[in-house]
Design a protein around this ligand. Structure first.
Ligand code: AMP
Length: 368
């Protein structure tokens, strides 16, 4: 069976590396003229695509795959719709369309009665401040990830400055949401897999630490959460997945506020906060995504012990001497650039104190 993946980054790489032992073949679509495609070297053919290219030619160049899937949500949905004429696409173009647009995401959450922070769509910033209150987070509806295209407004001067910046842009684009800033206790994410038949398996919640909007590290099962949080996260995710008729791995990021969970965003794909599953769970998120979309039964999502993941951002590959008996290195073979996710380290321990100490020592060594 052949699977074509839209994208040629590290998530495509890790999907292929999980699928090759299962006898799956892969091909990849470079849909945004990505110059650095070393991540997927040797894992399958890479085909360039741009809007206007013939879909039959693309399908043939991909080796007539049995399925198409994605490693990202920021893509032209017409690509998925075009390929759907030849084979199934999971998750569906409709599901990806909702998750690639923050406003559409919010409308879905409102419809499903799932709590998130207060928001206003598409209004001048002074109106947003009037309807909500400072501080606010302004987020472009599209092309915002890892904190990009986001602005925090804390004082009236910030509002004036950003409004002037927006006004200077031609044409004026108000395709953004203004979100109430949330003073959360912690950030967590729920990663789950749903099959074509609607079966869902959930990984335990991961607790995530961000720096300037980029995920720095995750720990799972999330130490500061309880059974109530876990049940609530699963319930919300199931409601979303069912409404989208979702197939594959879906991730939902939450802010924890006391006993409440507020949704921050959805990701229709395998997720950085689920990388710990490669060494900390019986079946990793990459394999479960492939099982879900191929119609196979899902594998156990149980955590062996406590796991941690540290992202390697903008640094050279750590020396292999940095490895210990309880850590594993995953390097993506990308060229090194500041702020770029280049690899990650997974850690395991039988208790949270040992795990924290190992992760802290590693981060100290790499100055992260
Ligand atoms: P996002 O791209 O929406 O995941 O945002 C990146 C990070 O910015 C989040 O993981 C939070 O740490 C922070 N952030 C985003 N939205 C809010 C908010 N409404 N209130 C407080 N922090 C936020």
């Amino acid at each position: 069976m052949r699977i074509a993946i839209v994208g040629c980054g590290q998530l495509s790489r890790m999907l292929a590396l999980a699928g090759i032992p299962m006898g799956l073949k892969f091909s990849f679509i470079n849909d945004n003229a990505q110059p650095d495609t070393a991540c997927i070297n040797g894992l399958g053919d890479l085909v360039d695509w741009q809007l206007g290219d013939d879909f039959a030619d693309l399908y043939a160049a991909l080796g007539e795959p049995d399925l198409v899937t994605v490693e990202k949500e920021q893509l032209n949905v017409d690509l998925l719709i075009g390929l759907q004429a030849f084979c199934p696409v999971y998750p569906s173009p409709d599901a990806v369309a909702v998750c690639q647009d923050r406003h559409q995401e919010r409308l879905l959450l409102d419809k499903l009665n799932i709590p998130c922070s207060g928001y206003v769509y598409g209004e001048p910033l002074d109106v947003c401040v009037e309807r909500l209150s400072l501080p606010l987070v302004i987020k472009s509806c599209r092309d915002g990830y890892d904190g990009k295209n986001q602005w925090v407004l804390r004082v009236p001067e910030d509002v004036i400055a950003l409004e002037a910046e927006f006004a200077a842009r031609q044409p004026l684009n108000r395709d953004y949401i203004a979100e109430q800033f949330v003073s959360f206790d912690r950030e967590v994410s729920q990663v789950s897999a749903r099959t074509i038949n609607g079966d869902i398996y959930h990984y335990p919640l991961a607790e995530n630490e961000h720096q300037q909007g980029i995920l720095k590290q995750s720990i799972a099962p999330a130490p500061g959460t309880n059974n109530h949080h876990q049940a609530l996260a699963q319930q919300y995710l199931e409601r979303i997945a069912k409404a989208l008729n979702y197939v594959g791995v879906l991730a939902v990021e939450f802010f924890v506020c006391g006993e409440q969970l507020l949704v921050n965003e959805l990701a229709p794909r395998v997720h950085n906060s689920g990388h710990w599953t490669q060494s900390g769970s019986q079946t990793c998120q990459f394999e479960n995504h492939l099982r879900a979309i191929t119609g196979a039964a899902l594998g156990s999502t149980k955590a062996h012990v406590i796991s941690g993941m540290v992202n390697l951002i903008g640094i050279e590959k750590p020396a292999l001497s940095a490895l210990s008996a309880t850590s594993k290195l995953y390097w993506y073979d990308k060229s090194v650039r500041p702020g770029r996710k280049l690899g990650h380290m997974n850690f395991q321990a039988s208790d949270i104190e040992t795990l924290n100490a190992a992760m802290l020592q590693f981060r100290d060594n790499i100055h992260a």
